[in-house]
Write a protein that binds this ligand. Structure first.
Ligand code: GLC
Length: 443
């Protein structure tokens, strides 16, 4: 074929290398996010530098006193594994600019704190030993770096000399710094399965200072670098490159419909969620979600074809807060019996319509439909479009059979049921699991 300008241009766009590149990711469905940095000490959200407009000088005390003496990375990894999480993504550097690893390109790193060691290495080794895939979150923002221009969300945005100070800050140098660091991250820590870049805000403007996006980060170069160093690594969608298909990452809400790529196709997506509303450890945060809410979230993400990455913000001493441990244990308890309705599952084919109070997931390989019953009904649950199609229905947690009637003429409330409906005959008593699941084996 003769190369036209258009086909040439197409070739230049950075696409995921293989169509099955995401297979492990969509099979896994459940991961752990870890937000850990100096902000664990003020313990009041990882954006504290922005919220309180803290200068580098005033933030220095957290660096000088960062000493996670109770860090037990193996324990973190064990908890993630028990909760059923198949991959994890850790903040190698968050917006505050502090690096958990021994980067050659900065002094602002864990090795120079009282921790005195490469914490990232320790953590990666522990998770890898548990067979958990490795993801690196890398903040595009950096509120500590001297070349990072002050912008609408920078801690110094209200400094009277902000514009003047920007005259000596060169975002090109900062972009180069990022590429140097990404190179370190992708060469010194073994295979990295995910690079999670965060985030872009090109349309913001404040006091004559613009936000930042692809031109500032030099996003194409970052993607090309990742592709060169580690072609199989998958990337998320916050580099301000809408034309590049990557993991779509809705945050702190559950999409009602599967998110789409810029070209209209259904995206590979991952909802990132917190136990408590804050990503970094926030001691006084009281909005912790309940066991049921957390497990429902996991189910709903998979029921809409997505992954869930659940965040933990470890404390300054290096352990997981007791409230996070409780929720992780809740996941562990539920996943022990129900992981079959999560791993390798996705949204159900359109012909199967979820009834009120339940969510479906579907395993396309085994052709099993999973009914997650979030509102326990009084004995009967009507499922449309399934008559004649089911060979057996069983509770997933104990394998016990659930009897059902096909095409019952009248529902219990005497309303006509549509043709093709099956009626599950459930026990009155809610089973002793947070959210019961009925597995329907299709003929
Ligand atoms: C955001 C926040 C941040 C958090 C992230 C996780 O964009 O800036 O603090 O790390 O989302 O999705």
């Amino acid at each position: 074929m003769k190369k036209t300008a258009a086909t040439k241009a197409k070739k230049c766009t950075t696409k995921p290398t293989a169509s099955n590149q995401y297979d492990w990711f969509t099979e896994a469905r459940f991961g752990m996010f870890i937000h850990w940095g100096l902000y664990a000490i003020p313990a009041n959200n990882e954006w504290i530098r922005n919220h309180k407009e803290i200068s580098n000088e005033d933030y220095q005390k957290y660096f000088d006193n960062f000493n996670p003496d109770m860090l037990d990375a193996k324990e973190w990894a064990r908890m993630a594994k028990e909760a059923g999480m198949k991959y994890f993504v850790i903040t190698t550097k968050h917006h505050e600019g502090f690096c958990l690893w021994d980067s050659k390109h900065t002094d602002y790193k864990a090795t120079n704190t009282p921790a005195k060691r490469d914490l990232l290495k320790e953590i990666v080794d522990a998770f890898r030993a548990e067979g958990i895939k490795i993801g690196f979150y890398y903040s595009l923002l950096d509120w500590h770096h001297p070349e990072f221009p002050i912008d609408p969300i920078h801690p110094l945005r209200n400094h009277p000399d902000a514009l003047e100070m920007n005259k000596t800050r060169d975002v090109r140098k900062y972009a180069k710094y990022m590429r140097n660091q990404v190179t370190e991250l992708l060469t010194n820590y073994g295979k990295i399965d995910i690079m999670w870049f965060d985030f872009s805000y090109p349309k913001d403007m404040y006091r004559g200072m613009p936000g930042k996006g692809r031109n500032d980060w030099e996003s194409e170069k970052i993607v090309a670098l990742v592709k060169k160093l580690s072609p199989e690594t998958i990337i998320n969608n916050r580099l301000d490159l809408p034309e590049y298909k990557s993991i779509v990452t809705p945050e702190q809400f559950q999409p009602e419909f599967p998110p789409r790529n810029a070209d209209g196709t259904i995206a590979v997506w991952e909802g990132c969620q917190t136990f408590s509303g804050s990503w970094g450890y926030a001691r006084d945060e009281e909005t912790w979600k309940s066991e049921k809410q957390c497990i429902e979230m996991l189910i709903k993400h998979v029921a809409r074809g997505g992954n869930l990455i659940m965040n933990v913000g470890p404390t300054a001493r290096g352990y997981f807060d007791y409230r996070a441990v409780e929720r992780l244990n809740d996941f562990a308890r539920w996943m022990k019996y129900h992981s079959r309705s999560i791993y390798g599952c996705t949204m159900a084919p359109e012909e199967f319509v979820e009834p009120n109070g339940a969510r479906y997931t579907w395993n396309p390989k085994t052709k099993r439909l999973y009914v997650h019953i979030t509102d326990w009904p009084l004995a009967r649950l009507h499922l449309s479009g399934l008559a004649g199609k089911i060979s057996i229905a069983q509770f997933l947690h104990d394998g016990s059979e659930i009897n059902f009637i096909e095409n019952a003429k009248k529902a219990w409330n005497n309303e006509d049921l549509p043709e093709g409906t099956i009626t599950l005959l459930l026990p009155i008593k809610h089973p002793n699991v947070a959210i019961p699941v009925v597995e329907l084996v299709l003929k």
